[in-house]
Design a protein around this ligand. Structure first.
Ligand code: PLP
Length: 390
């Protein structure tokens, strides 16, 4: 008899996510005269930089002639993009092309990396959590144990006493919006060295880091090359959420055959990221692109600053937002995240993300995003002020 994967059927927070989207859809359908705006999205609101667009146009033109046509590319990415990443992102660490992989999104990569490891590996992650690690692991019949990040531990979980083989860390963090300092990551690298463990470091939001005591890459931590796989994405910095391109590093120092094994896996499971997306990603390192990208990040961080000041002024405890586009706002008077979600949607026509989507430990919080457009931020602020200051 056919049996479906029970672990997928049991995924809960996906339901919460769909429920939130359904409420918004239904509210809009029943109230077509209302202008619903969102501070909930993790998507971007800026277009792709002009030189990146130009590079993608050129790549499309190449496909129009068999002289320059590109068919299947390398499963682990074109050398031109690997070289651009090695030069612009990792020149300090002397990685080789063989240690870097181009892919189509950190969502995919942060889960599929589990295929590199034995099913018995003991995995932990921090809760509240970007749900994809947990749900992606479930799809692969793997289970994750959780370490609770709470206000009491400043959302920095204690380094565990027990043994784990694989540790998911996300910095800058989604949903909490904080980023891990050199000191804190040093402790995790020490743990990994002492436990023969590997840190799966989701660094998708590294471009938003502003603080000097926060490393932009885990490899800034001494010996991290021996114990860390780092994931990065062009999604948020490049406005590539719809184009899809990401990369990750598996250092040879982790384990002697690790890259041979992963290449074997990748050749059999993936036909490579889109050529056009990779050409655009390469062009994102041009100085003119970098200028636009930095301006975009600056604007998003400004939005976050405005939102943070507002919630602080109105008596909410607010976490994050210094090195990430997200704020983690603690609700007052025992309100649940669903209650405030409905209140904001129905009274203000503003969508926020209920913290429960990131697990039960998030139920007393909402996630607010600064990735919305300036126009949306201004309008949301007017509505929030109208509500709290009347
Ligand atoms: N990792 C985190 C922590 C995220 O918040 C997101 C997207 O929201 C991703 C990864 C997904 O990135 P990508 O668009 O590269 O799949």
């Amino acid at each position: 008899m056919i049996k479906l994967n029970e672990d997928i059927l049991k995924i809960e927070d996906q339901n919460e996510f769909f429920t939130a989207s359904k409420y918004v859809r239904e509210y809009k359908a029943n109230n077509p005269d209302k202008k619903v705006i969102s501070l909930g999205i993790g998507d971007v609101s800026k277009p792709i930089a002009k030189p990146v667009i130009d590079a993608m146009h050129n790549a499309v033109d190449e496909l129009a002639s068999m002289k320059t046509f590109k068919g299947y590319g390398p499963s682990h990415g074109y050398d031109f993009l690997k070289d651009a990443i090695l030069k612009n992102e990792y020149s300090k660490y002397s990685f080789s092309r063989d240690e870097i992989y181009i892919s189509n999104g950190t969502k995919t990569d942060s889960c599929s990396i589990l295929e590199l490891f034995d099913k018995e590996m003991k995995i932990c992650a921090v809760s509240p959590i970007y749900p994809i690690y947990k749900n992606g692991a479930a799809c692969l019949n793997r289970k994750i144990e959780f370490l609770k990040a709470t206000e009491e531990n400043d959302f920095l979980v204690d380094i565990p006493k027990e043994h784990y083989d694989l540790i998911y860390l996300c910095s800058p963090n989604n949903p909490i919006g904080i980023a891990y300092s050199f000191d804190y990551l040093n402790k995790w690298v020490d743990y990994a060295l002492n436990n023969n463990a590997i840190i799966l470091f989701d660094n998708a939001y590294y471009a938003f880091i502003q603080s000097n005591d926060v490393p932009k890459s885990i490899y800034e931590i001494k010996n991290a090359k021996k114990v860390s796989i780092e994931f990065r994405s062009f999604s948020k910095s490049n406005s590539y959420t719809g184009v899809r391109c990401s990369y990750f590093v598996i250092p040879n120092e982790i384990y002697s055959d690790i890259n041979e094994v992963w290449k074997k896996r990748t050749i059999n499971r993936f036909n490579g990221a889109d050529y056009i997306a990779q050409k655009g990603a390469e062009a994102s390192y041009l100085p003119e692109s970098q200028k636009e990208i930095k301006e975009n990040i600056h604007d998003y961080m400004n939005h976050v600053k405005i939102l943070k000041a507002f919630f602080n002024e109105h008596g909410f405890k607010v976490f994050g937002g210094d090195d990430s586009p997200f704020l983690w706002v603690k609700l007052r008077d025992g309100e649940s995240s669903w209650e405030i979600f409905h209140k904001y949607l129905e009274k203000l026509n503003v969508v926020v993300t209920p913290g429960i989507i990131f697990g039960k430990d998030g139920d007393n919080y909402i996630r607010i995003s600064g990735l919305a457009s300036e126009e949306t931020i201004i309008e949301a602020m007017e509505r929030l002020r109208g509500y709290y200051e009347k």
